[in-house]
Ligand binder design. Structure first.
Ligand code: 26W
Length: 827
């Protein structure tokens, strides 16, 4: 297909915006329903949702084109956000808010005798991510559009997103998430921008007529990358950016060649293999698993996206490419971009730069964000696999490494150990490419995602590189978008904020600080209103909990919530130990001044992470015992909420009183759920870890329940960690472990939780859970003491919301832009 001419498109008269009055909206919805979708009133609700989505998309289209023309006309510098994950969730409510057409849409829907709430609930989540890293990418896209920055997101259009979780006999069971089965009305397919991505084959070296050496990558197996564009609207600023998701498709040649060769079934199978690349999101959130298909995904995204950037750069001088383009690498997943950029600049017949020129350009436009310190999450790929799948890329990585190590040797002569540590290739019986090292060597910026995390990178994991290039290292503390996580998720609070602060806080969250005085000045009406809103939100969550689990939450109880991926370092186990401790107190009649509490835990376990799955089973078994013990009654409830995700969080975070952020210090890079809770007025109980530290700095130690060892104390204790010591000195802990040991929660399976118990009692326990037990229980008691004083709790709740302005991704993105991207605003 011929490519369109940009100049022509932009010279067209600018596209007029469609009317947004309720009558026109109603007519358009009906037209889509009947004339486009071929459905009728009274059909399955999904089609009404789809008709509405198309109607809204039409209202986005003009601004989308105008934004694109603005970028073209100004020839402006742009950023490309490369990420294997974009955890978007639903889009309808987001666009309605951004376009400010909620009211006419409400009105229009009356003609169809359906409420917006009902329609909204038919939209499936776009779950193209695992957890924090993927959701951060989605919040970033929202803020880039709101700040009018020319940023394009590049990702993969997975046919199957994050699996659905349901619980059978207390265990997690995974169901496939075929999220686009009924179509995806927000996307626009753009086959005219299809790219070809190569795999396998071999390389050939030759000398051109001028005597210069070059390489060719030949006999490759090619796969087409077809882009699907999803609009990203800014908050009421008429800017619409693009999230470009690539879908894999077999080439035509491939079809012809193979099909004519006679083996029809085989060729359908190999066509399938090509299209498998974007079939499914890998559901691992902290464990690299070295699967070949995953490396294919990474290269597929990276190569298609870089080629797309060069296509858009058109005929301008290559020497200025880095003045006009920057690529932000979301973790190491797309870090092959460093080598791919070199390949394009060196090998493309129309480029063929010298190594040094190509390297100067590459290292001026790559920037890398690290999202984890856990060694098991660090990506390494076997050289053997690389050689087979991406032979030309491996040659380039070897060359980068040779030149890099020559510099290291020059700087530290004779320091062979350092050279071994810093090499992009980890030597051994099965040599590996270290992707994080490739990302650092090839980037002008390396950042962590919270202050502590960025410091720990410099002192620990990336120490050698920090010594070499201190100027590359920086911090960008994460954030969350207040549009989704406050304005949309918490309408009654949003209304109150608008009354108090005027409109505009949605895109200027620092204004929340103006509420601080309202926490204290004894404004009785305001405090009452605050409590009513919270109660309303808690009723909403209680309905969800009851519908999903059959357990009744009393909205007057303390809602104590931990939702996030299930991982040992996040210590859902510590939470369970505390719940069992409370249960023991009830059984002993130690219930003076009791605070009724509803504990909710939710999150998915990676399907191969056995221990995480055992933790889910433990939570469910403990819940089964506690919730059915008549001696407990309303004093304590525990539920595991199945299938936690973006949309569920929108009901959960406005209803939380206590936000559990209890990772082993030094392990949670940042956390972002902590920010969503705080923004909605929850108080954190947390360790001195990740962004918890900055949350506490912002709100003050008195408004935060801090507990546990600090990162340096964890380190110091590790060598002689004696969990038995903590057990011996703590009768409460003894009682908790005794109950677990006695199979009280094991149902008909004695010894069911042996593995978990052994790991808690092991001096090798990396998460040192028992070391923090006492301090955690004490902090929980401080929380209860405050809860008993309702006014005090309300004051702290207001202060948390008021102090959350700095945790907007608008602040984060402004920092990325000021210090890394340096993009002009389109506004
Ligand atoms: C290769 C497999 C894999 C997949 C995902 C390894 C590692 C990951 C991510 C690093 C996991 C992740 O989501 N990390 C989280 O990133 C958030 C956004 O920066 C942080 O807030 C969380 O603390 C961090 O755990």
């Amino acid at each position: 297909m011929a490519e369109p001419h940009h100049a022509i498109v932009c010279a067209l008269p600018s596209m007029p915006a469609l009317p947004t009055d309720d009558e026109t909206l109603s007519r358009d919805i009906q037209r889509y329903l009947e004339y486009h979708l071929g459905r009728y009133l009274g059909c399955n609700q999904y089609y009404l949702y789809e008709a509405l989505a198309y109607t809204i998309r039409d209202r986005i289209m003009a601004d989308w084109r105008n934004t694109w023309c603005l970028k073209k006309k100004n020839n402006s510098r742009r950023a490309h956000y490369l990420s294997l994950e974009f955890l978007i969730g639903r889009s309808l409510g987001n666009h309605l808010l951004n376009l400010d057409i909620r009211e006419p849409v409400d009105e229009a829907l009356k003609d169809f005798a359906i409420s917006l709430e009902e329609l909204r609930d038919t939209e499936p989540d776009a779950g193209l991510g695992n957890g924090g890293l993927g959701r951060l990418a989605a919040c970033f896209m929202d803020s880039c559009a709101t700040l009018a920055l020319p940023v394009t997101g590049y990702g993969l259009r997975y046919e199957y997103g994050m699996f659905h979780q349901h619980i059978e006999n207390g265990y997690q069971v995974e169901d496939p998430d075929h999220w686009m089965r009924d179509g995806h009305p927000w996307e626009v397919e753009r086959p005219e921008y299809t790219q070809t991505v190569r795999f396998c084959g071999r390389t050939e070296h030759f000398v051109d007529p001028e005597g210069k050496p070059h390489a060719r990558w030949i006999e490759t197996e090619d796969v087409l990358a077809v882009p699907y564009d999803v609009p990203v609207s800014g908050y009421r600023n008429r800017i619409v950016n693009t999230l470009r998701l690539w879908s894999a498709s077999a080439t035509d040649e491939f079809n012809l060649k193979e099909f004519n060769a006679g083996d029809y079934a085989d060729s359908v199978a190999s066509k399938n293999q090509a299209e498998n690349i974007t079939m499914v999101l890998y559901p691992n959130d902290a464990n690299e698993n070295g699967k070949e298909l995953r490396l294919r995904q990474q290269y597929f995204l990276t190569s298609a996206s870089l080629q797309d950037a060069f296509r858009q750069y058109e005929q301008r001088p290559l020497s200025e490419f880095a003045d006009h383009n920057v690529f932000q690498l979301n973790d190491t997943h797309p870090s092959i971009a460093v080598a791919e950029m070199m390949r394009i600049l060196l090998d493309d017949p129309d480029k063929r730069l010298e190594w040094n020129e190509a390297w100067a350009i590459t290292t001026r436009c790559m920037a890398y964000t690290n999202h984890t310190l856990l060694p098991e999450a660090l990506e390494r790929w076997p050289v053997k696999l690389f050689n087979c799948l991406l032979p030309r890329l491996l040659e380039i990585i070897y060359e980068i490494n040779a030149r890099f190590l020559a510099d290291v040797r020059q700087r530290w002569p004779g320091d062979t150990d350092r050279v071994r540590r810093m090499s992009l290739i980890e030597e051994g019986p099965d040599p590996q490419v270290r992707m994080a090292w490739l990302a650092i060597v090839g980037s002008f910026s390396v950042n962590g995602v919270a202050a502590l995390h960025s410091d720990l990178l410099k002192e620990g994991l990336f120490r050698d590189f920090y010594e070499l290039w201190p100027e590359r290292f920086n911090n960008k503390t994460n954030g969350v978008t207040p549009r989704r996580w406050l304005a949309i998720a918490n309408p009654p609070l949003a209304e109150l904020l608008t009354e108090q602060l005027g409109d505009g806080w949605q895109a200027d969250l620092g204004r929340l600080q103006k509420m601080e005085p309202l926490a204290d000045n004894g404004d009785v009406a305001f405090h009452r209103r605050w409590r009513e809103i919270r109660l309303h939100n808690k009723r909403r969550l209680a309905q969800l909990v009851e519908a999903e689990t059959g357990v009744a939450f009393d909205p007057n109880a303390l809602f104590d919530i931990q939702v996030k991926r299930i991982h040992e370092y996040k210590r859902q186990l510590l939470n369970v130990l505390h719940v069992i401790h409370l249960y023991n107190r009830i059984r002993q009649g130690d219930t003076a001044n009791w605070v009724d509490r509803c504990v909710l835990i939710g999150g998915k376990a990676a399907p191969g992470y056995i221990r995480a799955k055992e933790i889910i089973k433990l939570i469910n078994n403990v819940a089964g015992v506690i919730n059915n013990d008549p001696a407990v009654g309303n004093r304590l409830k525990l539920v595991f909420l199945p299938n936690y995700g973006v949309t569920k969080m929108m009901t959960i975070c406005p209803a939380a009183d206590l936000s559990e952020q209890i990772s082993t210090a030094g392990k949670e890079a940042s956390g972002t759920g902590n920010m969503k809770f705080m923004m909605n007025g929850a108080i954190t109980i947390g360790t001195y870890d990740g962004a918890n530290i900055e949350i506490m700095d912002a709100v003050g130690e008195d408004n935060f329940f801090l507990f546990g060892l600090r990162a340096d104390e964890v380190q110091a204790m590790r060598a002689n960690y004696r969990p038995q010591h903590f057990i011996d000195n703590d009768p409460d802990l003894q009682a908790v472990l005794r109950l677990l040991d006695s199979d009280h929660f094991s149902g008909m399976e004695p010894g069911l939780f042996r593995g978990i118990l052994d790991s808690l009692r092991s001096p090798q326990d990396p998460w040192m859970t028992l070391a923090d037990f006492r301090s955690y229980v004490d902090a929980q008691q401080r929380a209860e003491a405050v809860w008993r004083d309702h006014d005090q709790w309300t004051r702290m709740s207001i202060r948390n919301c008021a102090a959350s302005g700095g945790f907007s991704t608008d602040r984060t993105i402004a920092e990325y832009n000021d210090e890394i991207w340096r993009l002009p605003s389109l506004a």
